[in-house]
Design a binder for this molecule. Structure first.
Ligand SMILES: NC(=O)c1ccc[n+]([C@@H]2O[C@H](COP(=O)([O-])OP(=O)(O)OC[C@H]3O[C@@H](n4cnc5c(N)ncnc54)[C@H](OP(=O)(O)O)[C@@H]3O)[C@@H](O)[C@H]2O)c1
Length: 367
């Protein structure tokens, strides 16, 4: 019997690319939804994936992408109108009669969360799971290891690991690699019967403190790297100073809330998990190996006067950038606000759903 055709959305993204490549390694036909031709789409084609170039906000595009598809990996980009991405996907999957979906949700996903993006993820999870003939596996992943790679330049050239993560000594995250997150999705896509209705929380093998992360950077980069607990304002300035196609203004306003959850220790609740091993079938990669791989691909991280000068200039650019105001951004974009939002650890539902022994399914949230 031929293997089912699997649609992978956000296929040039961090997890989508890995999901596509791993599925191809397992011999599954893959249709990779990307928004442009570039080096990543070439990689997908070389691996034997069929490319679909389109816009994930467009129902017409998603309908065409869904033609003949039996299973799908749905990853909504971190961009405005996340609910729209997922509504378009759910409608097209319904019409195409898709049998199984793995959806990339969030560790933080909870009903009254202060982040509109996160509330939209929570509603999306319900929406995607509403069609009884289609089974769903949900991946509630936390803070990716990849997020720390964004500040590697400064670590390599200035010896500083700067993020607003609070006390440097407290172990607050077990960061998973993109490939390990993808392995859990691939495990569920290959064998829907065993993973239907399940929620997984892939993590790396160890809980790490910000000081542990700085020390790992130091070992890999071959220099002393010190953790600097910066203010939220400084993080917002740095995010604004990044190239404009990195994060939208709307997304930046939400990243501040995610950093707050980090400091509250939310990503450490019942972490690490065994999900990469059990569902992904592999030993989760430790942070230092993830770093080593990333650094080996970046000649620009090697020491050098010009590179240090560039890092200093980048740092000065951050300093003179005016900090965006998240409340003003939310107001200007008509973000729906709640009177009494709840961070994850204030939410009874979230607390219950993160107990390792009794993960609550989405449908139970309404009960
Ligand atoms: N990062 C974290 O720590 C974290 C933690 C928990 C959950 N998550 C969840 O992870 C998800 C993001 O996953 P990811 O990091 O694998 O994705 P990603 O790397 O952000 O990739 C998103 C991809 O979608 C593409 N894209 C953006 N807008 C598009 C559009 N309108 N039409 C078609 N393609 C479009 C982008 O294309 P280009 O690259 O060509 O621009 C990009 O390749 C989010 O839903 C977020 O909630 C992330």
């Amino acid at each position: 019997m031929p293997k089912p055709l699997i649609l992978v959305t956000s296929a040039s993204g961090k997890t989508g690319l890995q999901v596509s490549l791993q599925l191809r390694q397992q011999g599954f036909p893959v249709r990779a939804f990307v928004r442009r031709h570039d080096h990543r789409s070439r990689l997908l084609e070389e691996a034997g994936a069929e490319l679909f170039v389109g816009n994930q906000y467009s129902l017409s595009d998603m309908r065409r992408a869904m033609h003949g598809v039996q299973r799908a990996y749905q990853c909504a980009p971190t961009a405005p109108n996340g609910l729209h991405f997922n509504a378009v996907f759910a409608a097209a999957a319904y019409e195409a009669g898709v049998e199984h979906v793995v959806t990339l949700s969030q560790w933080l996903s909870s009903v009254d969360h202060p982040s509109l993006f996160t509330r939209e993820v929570f509603i999306s999870d319900i929406l995607i799971a509403m069609r009884p003939e289609m089974t769903v596996t949900t991946i509630n992943v936390g803070w990716f290891a990849d997020n720390y790679l964004m500040v590697l330049d400064m670590a390599a050239h200035l010896g500083i690991f700067a993020m607003p993560l609070g006390d440097g000594t407290v172990k607050k995250n077990a960061p998973p690699s993109n490939a390990d997150i993808a392995s859990v999705a691939v495990g569920a896509l290959m064998d829907p019967a065993s993973h239907a209705g399940k929620t997984y929380r892939p993590t790396g093998p160890d809980l790490l403190s910000p000081n542990d992360i700085a020390a790992a950077m130091g070992r890999v980069l071959g220099r002393k790297v010190k953790y600097q607990n910066i203010s939220e304002n400084m993080m917002l300035k740095a995010l604004k100073a990044l190239p404009p196609d990195n994060y939208s203004e709307a997304a930046v306003s939400q990243l501040k809330i995610y950093a707050d959850e980090y400091r509250r220790g939310t990503f450490a609740v019942n972490a690490p998990t065994q999900d990469v091993q059990k569902t992904g079938g592999r030993v989760p990669e430790d942070f230092e190996s993830i770093l080593r791989r990333a650094v080996s691909k970046r000649a620009d991280l090697k020491p050098g006067f010009i590179r240090t000068l560039k890092a200093v200039t980048g740092f000065l650019k951050i300093l003179i950038t005016s900090a965006p105001n998240p409340s003003a951004i939310e107001a200007s974009k008509d973000f729906v606000q709640l009177a009494t939002p709840e961070f994850c650890q204030e939410s009874q539902f979230w607390q219950h759903s993160h107990r390792p022994e009794s993960p609550v399914q989405i449908a139970d949230a309404a009960a």
